[in-house]
Design a protein around this ligand. Structure first.
Ligand SMILES: NC(=O)c1ccc[n+]([C@@H]2O[C@H](COP(=O)([O-])OP(=O)(O)OC[C@H]3O[C@@H](n4cnc5c(N)ncnc54)[C@H](O)[C@@H]3O)[C@@H](O)[C@H]2O)c1
Length: 344
């Protein structure tokens, strides 16, 4: 396994003045610690996949498969003014296109982290990526709710084309909102801990609630909290990527899995967290996003289960583990970064 990263995420965290709640050691220290613990070396390349096409193609050629996480992944950040809109579209689409072009030279199975948000959130039952239309399988209609989500929809159009036209083998994991912070591997040593984003741009909703409860901040529900979203624990994110790599798509196949363990309504999550942490208060704030205030959601998630996935669902013990980590690092919280200030 090798890592390719241009440290965009670390730089954006610095620009926003919103560091991870958990201290993140420099990448080379992380990989060194991992090697001490596991005996496995992970070379890391400081490479911008939008710029160094030759370097990217060389690395693809030296490996058996590619996992593509390398995109700007925050919806609120992508809506924070014209520059961030432009950056998100150009970074995500140029990086994906360069990677696909590298795969034309060195065909390897690709696993991409997509988002369950590509389908849009109306009250609907969502299949895994494809629908029958005029006797043909077509991509499910897309309805992005932000520039970030629009970039993931455009990724889908590229993946569809490169599989049909060029015979690539692509798995797209339409992932739900991630919660939790530790995996089995990151829990081995404090130097390996994952980022814990709690700020209004990058923090994901359940982790934000757990952290807010842990430091005595009111839980920031947007609108009525009637939004139903899909969720997955971070341990399952890595488990699903492993399953997708070990069972690759066929050549010429664009395979989509909904990488979600369950759906939950946001206000129910807030209430669940409030029942775990006695003194937690819930604040219903004006919704900064343009989205349905209330929606139901059902999503098919059979594909990954057929490969052997046994989803982790919301569990008090795991939620308490997140709250404990948040308490442990509460001295690092930048309080004025908690509210979401990006509006659209
Ligand atoms: N976190 C979630 O809740 C969630 C939910 C659904 C989907 N996803 C998707 O999963 C993937 C990983 O998410 P994450 O939460 O780990 O995000 P992350 O920001 O921590 O990871 C993305 C990494 O890509 C790097 N990167 C970005 N642009 C790059 C470029 N041009 N060249 C090289 N490296 C680049 C960043 O520096 C960062 O380290 C993303 O594609 C995201 O869209 C995340």
């Amino acid at each position: 396994v090798s890592i390719v990263d241009n440290f965009a995420r670390r730089n954006i965290a610095n620009q926003l003045g919103a560091p991870s709640l958990t201290p993140i050691t420099p990448l080379l220290e992380r990989t060194k610690r991992w090697q001490e613990l596991s005996g496995k070396r992970i070379p890391a390349y400081l490479t911008d996949i939008c710029v160094d096409r030759a370097g990217l193609a060389r690395l693809v050629g030296e490996h058996d498969a590619v996992v593509h996480f390398g995109e700007q992944r925050s919806a609120p950040y992508s809506m924070k003014g014209m520059k961030r809109r432009e950056y998100t579209i150009s970074n995500n689409l140029t990086g994906t296109t360069n990677l696909l072009n590298a795969l034309l030279r060195h065909p390897r199975p690709l696993v991409h982290l997509g988002t369950a948000g590509v389908y849009g959130y109306s009250s609907q039952s969502v299949p895994e990526g494809w629908v029958r239309w005029n006797d043909e399988w077509r991509l499910h209609p897309m309805k992005p709710g932000s520039i970030y989500h629009a970039s993931k929809c455009m990724d889908q159009i590229l993946f569809d084309f490169y599989t049909r036209n060029d015979g690539l083998a692509i798995t797209d994991l339409h992932q739900g909102v991630v919660w939790g912070t530790q995996t089995e591997q990151t829990g081995l040593h404090p130097d390996l801990i994952n980022r814990f984003d709690y700020d209004g741009d990058y923090g994901t909703v359940l982790n934000r609630f757990l952290m807010q409860a842990a430091i005595g901040h009111p839980l920031t529900v947007h609108g009525t909290g009637g939004q139903t979203r899909a969720f997955i624990h971070i341990q399952d994110t890595v488990e699903c990527v492993r399953l997708a790599l070990e069972n690759p798509a066929e050549w010429g196949q664009y395979r989509i899995y909904n990488q979600i363990a369950e759906t939950q309504r946001v206000r129910d999550l807030a209430q669940k967290v409030a029942s775990l942490v006695a003194e937690a208060q819930i604040d219903y704030l004006e919704n900064p996003r343009k989205e349905a205030e209330e929606n139901d959601l059902e999503m098919d998630n059979q594909g990954l289960q057929e490969l052997g996935w046994d989803p982790i669902t919301l569990d008090d013990r795991l939620m308490e583990e997140v709250t404990e980590i948040a308490r442990m690092y509460s001295h690092r919280v930048v309080r004025n970064r908690i509210y979401c200030t990006s509006e659209w």
